[in-house]
Design a protein around this ligand. Sequence first.
Ligand code: INI
Length: 165
Amino acid sequence: MNGSREDRIRELSGGYSGAGQRIGVVVSRFNEFITKSLLSGCVECLVGHGVSDRDIEVVWVPGALELGLAVSLMAKSGKFDAIIALGAVIRGETAHFDVVVNQSAAALAKASETYLLPVLNGVLTTEDLDQAISRAGAKSGNKGFDVALAAIEMVNISKDLSKTE
Ligand code: INI
């Protein structure tokens, strides 16, 4: 057999060019102080990687439990290549933390499976407000930025995997 095994194995990776991508973003108003920063990081990443601001649509919903429905409706519209969900659930301030986190995550995963569309879970789940602030752009990066980058990569991977030849 010619060449090395590495040469024969086909590899695919999406890359980080967002040119031409249409991205929906659903943001929770609950803990808006945090989610606004997640949205800023998200948009900064999308535009910085070539997504046109005309191709970004942002929808605000009351809380993390409402993200799933809005994501599903956007997915069903066929107008988006990926949808990003942003929210913040803080354990110290939420008696039913596990319910909110698990139900919102399950709804997002279901939307992705149902519509075969990248749906990115950018819901911060933290023990306290300080951790949330830190992960929304203060010290430990910005989860909104991170999920936006993952969205771009997943759109490119999805497009490649959907090619028929
Ligand atoms: N929604 C959040 O996004 N974050 C939270 O921390 C939170 N807490 O604390 O309860 C929260 N609750 C609201 C929930 O998502 C729904 O909006 C509400 O239950 C109405 O369906």
